[in-house]
Every structure is written in C-alpha cells, then in structure tokens.
Design a protein around this ligand. Structure first.
Ligand code: IMP
Length: 203
C-alpha cells in the first residue's frame, strides 16, 4: 500500500514514516507530489481536524491520504492547549515559545497536579470519503524544566511515568512504542488489515 502523508510538520512526518515503514506501507509526502496545501485547522476536536486535513489533501490526489492531528491536554489547564497545541503561543507555530508558555501557565501548579496526556487522531481518506479513523493517547506529567534533546514539540516537558524519562530523552523506537501516535497507528493498521488493504500480521 502507498499513501500520502497529509502533514507539513517534518518532525511529525518523520515519526509517521518510521512507524508506517515498519508495517510495510510506502509513504509519499506533499512535496513529492508538488502539493503545497495548508488546510485551516479550526475543528473543535482532534478527530475533526484530522478528517479535514485528510479530505483537503485527498481532493488533490487519487492516492489514499493519511492525516494526523495531535496535541497535548493538560488537566490543570482544563485540557489546554488541546487542538491549539501547535499555535498555543500564537502564529507562526514555534515549539520553544509554546513550551515556555506552558511552563508559565503551570508555574504555580504542584507536581501532583501536573498530569497530562498526548492525544493523536488519524484519518485516512480517498476520493472524498473517510475510509478509516483511529486514535491513541498516552499519559504523563509536565515537568517544571525541559529535559532531553530528541523528539519535538512538548516532548522535553512530557515525563513518561514508567521509564522516568521525558519523550525527548527516550530513543525513537521507545517513543514510538509508547506514544499516542504509535498507539493510534497500531489501531489504524489493524483496521487496514481487517479491510484487506494490507496483508500479513503485525511485525
Ligand atoms: P498539529 O500539526 O496541528 O497536529 O499540531 C500538533 C502539535 O501538537 C505539535 O506542533 C506539537 O506542539 C504537539 N504535539 C503533537 N504530537 C507531539 C509529540 O509527539 N510530541 C510533542 N509534541 C507533540
């Protein structure tokens, strides 16, 4: 199976390519097809935004299109930054500014109340129709200072309680195994197998 990844975020795309490659799925990115689309992400939920992005790119190619909408939900902030994770500190999107703002907003919140989760919604669309959807989440805690240099976005502030490491300290295969994106992709690949789009068993 070959699909277009409907994302302009290079770091996120790299994770999706890595995980999908492990399932034998061939991936092309918008630049490979000369596509430069930036669909408005104004949905109220991650799932709505993922569907919008997948359908917008699917209008420009006959290939099946996979879109990911994801972000961080912090309990002490009533679920913020949520669907606004990429633009939390304003436009244009800037990961370092977003992390600084998150630390400011949580400055008075004690460790025990800094629970949070990453959420990922995936949508696969083709010819004007959504063919499959999946989601995944992972629980963690927001630190009061950054740790680690891997990953992207809020990773240096997101502590995985099981390993005691932030997502920026975990190596990439470990992040993929634990992350919201890895979990959502596992569910999506299961659906694609059931639909007969891909063969074989999970690696
Ligand atoms: P999207 O392109 O609108 O889905 O934006 C996702 C935003 O959520 C990114 O810009 C990051 O700020 C954040 N995010 C999503 N997934 C991750 C992750 O795996 N690690 C760190 N931050 C993430």
């Amino acid at each position: 199976m070959k699909l277009l990844l409907a994302s302009n975020n290079a770091k996120k795309r790299a994770e999706l390519v890595r995980i999908l490659g492990g399932h034998g799925i061939e991936v092309v990115v918008p630049a490979d097809l000369g596509l430069a689309l930036d669909p408005v992400e104004d949905g109220a939920t991650f799932a709505e935004n993922a569907r919008k992005k997948a359908l917008a790119f699917a209008a420009a190619t006959p290939l099946p299109v996979l879109a990911d909408d994801s972000g961080l939900a912090v309990d002490a902030l009533d679920g913020a930054p949520g669907v606004r994770s990429a633009r939390f500190a304003g436009e244009p999107s800037d990961d370092a500014r977003n992390r600084r703002l998150l630390l400011e907003r949580l400055a008075d919140v004690p460790d025990a109340k800094r629970s949070a989760r990453f959420v990922c919604a995936l949508a696969l669309a083709q010819e004007g129709k959504v063919l499959a959807e999946a989601s995944g989440a992972c629980e963690g805690r927001i630190l009061s200072a950054e740790r680690g240099h891997g990953g992207f976005g809020y990773d240096p502030l997101f502590l995985d309680p099981g390993s005691g490491l932030t997502f920026a300290e975990l190596d990439s295969s470990r992040k993929d195994a634990l992350s919201h994106r890895g979990r959502a992709l596992t569910h999506l690949v299961e659906s694609l197998r059931r639909l007969g789009w891909i063969e074989g068993r999970a690696p």
